[in-house]
Design a protein around this ligand. Structure first.
Ligand code: PMP
Length: 353
């Protein structure tokens, strides 16, 4: 801390991302990256863009990508916003679309960046407990609020709220913007984008970091009523007029074009998730039902933090959260079948030691 810091900065509690260790033979299952890598067509498109055109600014509205996304989801380009990862898209949403004088509702176990954005914009975060089985209770999301946000599937539980539950929340809160953060939707959920034409207060965010294996490219998006998108554009244009760089735009467009690779790799992750869940259950883990590319699992006897440290010593990195209710759990990203096997092998060894 320095005397030059404003009091505002002194009070900020920033988000701490999952560790990015050097990969010296580590099996990295801690930050929900996709084990399969991006489509070869994406790499080719980015290589094709690597020329002197990099001296030019990118398209200020990333029109080509917006058109691609609009066509993919059957909406208009005026209903699409893009940004530097969904984290940035979410930051603009908290800034532009939540009423800062009222509490923003979110589940008590969810993406830990939400309270950080609340801190950044001086918003009260009101965390609503999940049910006993860790599901979101739509009936709890009511009363005076400045906005509502939840991941679907939820993170880090992996559990899916069916569209009927989302509609229940939308109908009970016609005067609030309801944000459904679909970072993990492609691994088993049904997108709420199908509802945006019926609910002007619904905004759906997605990312290319997970199902399209482009976490390093930083591309996120939001789809909703054009009025909501216009507010986001105003904030963005007052902050940085170029939402994405030239390489990110062509890479993201190519990612949406290669539907075959996308479907194959998503299916491979889902198949691996089912096998990993079974393997963990055989080792006496309780595994929450996941629709994401990770599982949240607790051993019936062993302490979660200790297990994470022991796995780390075996060169397998998983995520442990110290948050209440889940401190006994490990969040394990779905890897390749070989990586999952190595994890189960390491666990088997240390549980019988
Ligand atoms: N939402 C949720 C629920 C996430 O888990 C993540 C990834 N940490 C994000 C949003 C942000 O993803 P990105 O910024 O890579 O798009």
């Amino acid at each position: 801390m320095s005397r030059f810091w404003s009091p505002f900065v002194k009070d900020l509690v920033p988000y701490v991302p999952g560790e990015q260790p050097k990969l010296d033979n580590l099996i990295k299952l801690n930050t929900n990256e996709n084990p399969y890598g991006p489509s070869p067509a994406v790499l080719e498109a980015i290589r094709g863009e690597l020329d002197a055109s990099l001296r030019l600014y990118p398209a200020p509205n990333a029109d080509l990508l917006k058109e691609t996304i609009a066509e993919y989801y059957g909406v208009t380009t005026a209903q699409v916003f893009v940004g530097n990862g969904s984290d940035e898209v979410l930051a603009h949403i908290f800034h532009a679309l939540f009423q800062h004088s009222k509490p923003v509702l979110m589940p008590d176990i969810s993406y830990s960046f939400y309270p950080v954005y609340c801190g950044l914009y001086g918003i009260e975060a009101k965390a609503l407990p999940l049910a006993e089985d860790f599901s979101i209770r739509p009936e709890d999301y009511r009363g005076e609020n400045g906005g509502i946000i939840f991941p679907n599937p939820n993170a880090p539980t992996g559990m899916l709220l069916p569209l009927a539950g989302i509609e229940q929340i939308l109908q009970a809160n016609p005067d609030s913007v309801v944000v459904v953060d679909e970072a993990y939707i492609d691994f088993g959920g049904e997108t709420a984008i199908a509802l945006v034409d019926r609910y002007p207060n619904l905004l759906v965010t997605q990312t290319l970091s997970k199902s399209r294996s482009l976490a390093g490219l930083r591309v996120g998006l939001a789809v909703g009523h054009s009025d909501l998108i216009e507010a986001l554009e105003r904030i963005k244009n007052s902050f940085n007029s170029y939402p994405l760089d030239r390489l990110a735009i062509v890479g993201a467009v190519a990612a949406f074009a290669d539907q075959t690779y996308f479907q194959q790799t998503c299916q491979a992750v889902v198949t691996s998730r089912e096998a990993l869940t079974k393997g963990l259950e055989e080792l006496d883990f309780v595994v929450l039902p996941s629709a994401a590319n990770f599982v949240l699992a607790r051993h019936v006897e062993r302490d979660g933090e200790e297990l994470a440290a022991e796995l780390r010593a075996q060169k397998v990195v998983v995520r442990h959260f110290r948050s209440p209710r889940i401190e006994q759990f490990l969040r394990i990203t779905i890897g390749t079948p070989e990586q999952n096997q190595a994890l189960l092998h390491a666990l088997g060894k240390l549980l019988t030691a």
